[in-house]
Design a binder for this molecule. Sequence first.
Ligand code: THU
Length: 160
Amino acid sequence: MKEITIETKLKVFDTIEDLPNAVSDLMKTAVDARKRAYAPYSQFLVGAALLLDNGEIITGNNQENASYPSGLCAERTAIFYAGSKYPDAKIKMMALTAGSVHQETLTPIPPCGACRQSISEYEVKQKVPIEIYFMGTSGKVVQSASLANLLPLGFDRSFL
Ligand code: THU
């Protein structure tokens, strides 16, 4: 038997203003996208903004449904649109902001497991890390240099 330790390195910025300019601009775009989320059931709004290597910015937000499982998270709404519109572009970074309509959320909210799996597909496909920045509705912003950092022991196409 041997024991394996898996480490994840994250950076924490105190506020959105401490981010490099290109990143704070992208996060502000995610904040704007969050306002257009359709989340009448959870009242938990999520905004995502992706920067592609062709300079395009793609946004998404969560889209809920009366049949709950038919809704989709903000991250996948954005990344599937990016993949459908610019199939050859690489995703450089992704900015995420999330929180309830009822209160300010200071805790940085990471993407859910299903979204991590979906983002991982594109990171593996493009062979270039996707930087992920995530926050609540205000306060600290966490950066992960790659999706792989957030999904240790991920399942990918190499197993098929
Ligand atoms: N949600 C996202 O948009 N992204 C996540 O990573 C986690 C959850 C959405 C789904 C649902 O509309 C609401 O947040 C509450 O779960």
